[in-house]
Design a protein around this ligand. Structure first.
Ligand SMILES: Cc1ncc(COP(=O)(O)O)c(C=O)c1O
Length: 362
């Protein structure tokens, strides 16, 4: 028997399974499994990456000063309160490490992003899920689960994989109900896609409270998932804790360079948003037309529920795969009757709909 044992909690982690990227025997695949941008990276980011390739023998700026200054200017935030990470995933785990440990509880919503329970187990704390209502975070259910041991509440807004969001007064109500020693993390990975006037990514709540953090990413609308760049806007004491804990060079020079260029490429972000604004409602309506149930989404993906029986989600997944389309299976989220599908290009969406229509016999 092996005498070596990882710390409590580690073996309870259900390893995160990323979206698949290939299908055996299919040359051109349409990857709709990870909510990546169908437009790719900004051409300005590509040029900046190429130009900086020859400087990669140098360590990056461990403080991410240039990109923090640019993010501060872009969003009207204090750069001193921004902490950068290798994707927002890294920030989620750093926050868990900084604020929770064995004996503590970390709260999130039933269908919340999988990295919350993973990071919680990773620090030996106990994940606690609050039931959702109609695939949407229920603030009252979250507040009802608060206990003496609760240290962190993770809220994805909008949420992945459901696509639903909480209006800003609901998030404010959640903050108002939290003890001041419980940290609320508002994970706004998909904020740039949301076109609702009652939505806010949460920066103003961070400014007003010393127990609220907002995390953001360049993996979605900015099209830089491969480089791993995310950032958190924090109360000063939280920024201080994360800066002590993070690795000194946690964000590569290439990620900083590309994020800086991508942030300035307003036209590219606008194009990604415009494309999503067209194809999200289109694909939602078309899938409903062929008899599928689509959860209303404000992100760049849809959660599609399949019937039971021979046209179930697993069969749909296999059928799509045979046609080179890769959606995301939802078993890990305990939504086995659904598939999550990223909103892609016009060509991809038309092919998706015609393939699913064939599958449904429509
Ligand atoms: C809600 C949510 N938060 C965070 C992330 C992590 O993104 P990244 O680590 O690439 O910044 C994702 C990625 O799918 C997500 O869906």
């Amino acid at each position: 028997m092996n005498a070596l044992k990882p710390r409590p909690g580690i073996l309870e982690i259900e390893p995160y399974k990323p979206g698949e990227s290939d299908v055996a025997g299919v040359a051109r695949v349409i990857k709709l499994s990870s909510n990546e941008s169908p437009l790719g990276p900004s051409p300005r980011a590509i040029a900046a990456l190429q130009a900086s390739a020859k400087e990669q023998h140098l360590y990056p700026d461990g403080t991410c000063a240039a990109i923090r200054t640019a993010l501060g200017r872009h969003h009207g935030l204090d750069p001193a309160r921004i902490v950068c990470g290798a994707g927002s995933d890294e920030l989620i785990s750093l926050i868990a490490r900084a604020y929770a440990g064995p004996g503590d509880e970390v709260l999130y919503s039933e269908y919340g992003f999988l990295m919350y329970p993973i990071s919680t187990h990773g620090v030996g704390a106990t994940p606690v899920a609050a039931a959702e209502k109609g695939l949407k975070t229920d603030v009252d259910a979250l507040l009802a689960k608060l206990g003496k041991r609760t240290r962190i509440v993770f809220l994805a807004n909008p949420n992945n994989p459901t696509g639903s969001y909480l209006a800003k007064d609901e998030v404010a109500r959640l903050v108002a109900g939290l003890p001041r020693d419980v940290l609320l993390v508002i994970d706004a990975a998909y904020a740039e896609y949301v076109a609702r006037n009652d939505y806010s990514a949460g920066a103003e709540l961070v400014t007003a409270h010393d127990n609220v953090v907002m995390t953001r990413t360049f993996s979605k609308i900015y099209g830089l998932a491969g480089l791993r760049f995310g950032w958190a806007y924090c109360p000063p004491a939280v920024a201080d804790a994360l800066n002590r804990l993070r690795n000194p060079f946690n964000v590569t020079a290439l990620a900083q360079t590309a994020a800086l260029a991508a942030l300035d490429d307003i036209a590219h972000v606008d194009a990604a948003r415009t494309s999503n604004d067209i194809w999200l409602p289109w694909v939602t309506a078309e899938l409903e037309r062929i008899g599928l149930a689509v959860a209303p989404s404000v992100g760049n993906f849809v959660l599609v529920r399949f019937p039971e029986g021979k046209r179930n989600a697993d069969a749909a997944n296999d059928f799509l795969a045979r046609h080179g389309i890769i959606p995301r299976k939802m078993g890990a989220y305990k939504l086995p009757h659904s598939l999550r599908i990223t909103v892609g290009t016009e060509e991809d969406m038309r092919f998706l709909v015609s393939t699913l229509a064939e599958f449904m016999g429509a």
